[in-house]
Design a protein around this ligand. Structure first.
Ligand code: AMP
Length: 130
């Protein structure tokens, strides 16, 4: 069975898309830990991040870089954290999360938001990538 991220990539499930290229997709995390929490996923479905090919890893991080800068420009924060953790979705992905002066954030504590706000922020971040 396809992962939920493959279903998003294939358009079977909606997402608040931020950016896409031939190899990767970035979209708003539906259950964010901070405002501006974005997931970056390779289109190839591989469960474990460190099983990705070197080429895919490089492509993913190069794709993530301008997105991180765009989030940073849009959301008040000190910088963007990049994290690989968790076991919820068996499809490799990185979390881009705005960090404030507290630095480390808890992935257990969620940021209250809704689809309208996520859609608006996705559009603003995407516009900064144009
Ligand atoms: P983890 O596998 O633990 O790194 O977490 C997976 C992340 O995917 C969590 O932060 C979820 O909130 C997020 N997530 C799960 N399903 C969706 C979805 N349909 N759209 C956007 N984000 C999702």
């Amino acid at each position: 069975m396809s992962s939920i991220f493959t279903k998003i990539i294939e358009g079977e499930i909606p997402c608040h898309k931020v950016a896409e290229n031939e190899y990767c997709l970035a979209f708003m995390d539906i259950n964010p830990v901070a405002e501006g929490h974005v997931l970056v996923v390779p289109k190839i479905e591989v469960d474990y991040f460190f099983d990705l090919s070197d080429e895919t890893l490089a492509r993913l991080m190069q794709f993530a870089k301008p997105i991180a800068k765009a989030i940073e420009a849009e959301v008040p924060c000190q910088r963007i954290g990049v994290t690989v953790l968790g076991l919820e979705v068996p499809h490799a992905h990185v979390h881009l999360v705005p960090l404030d002066e507290r630095g480390l954030i808890s992935f257990r504590k969620k940021f209250k938001t809704d689809h309208e706000q996520l859609a608006a922020l996705a559009a603003k971040i995407a516009a900064r990538l144009e």
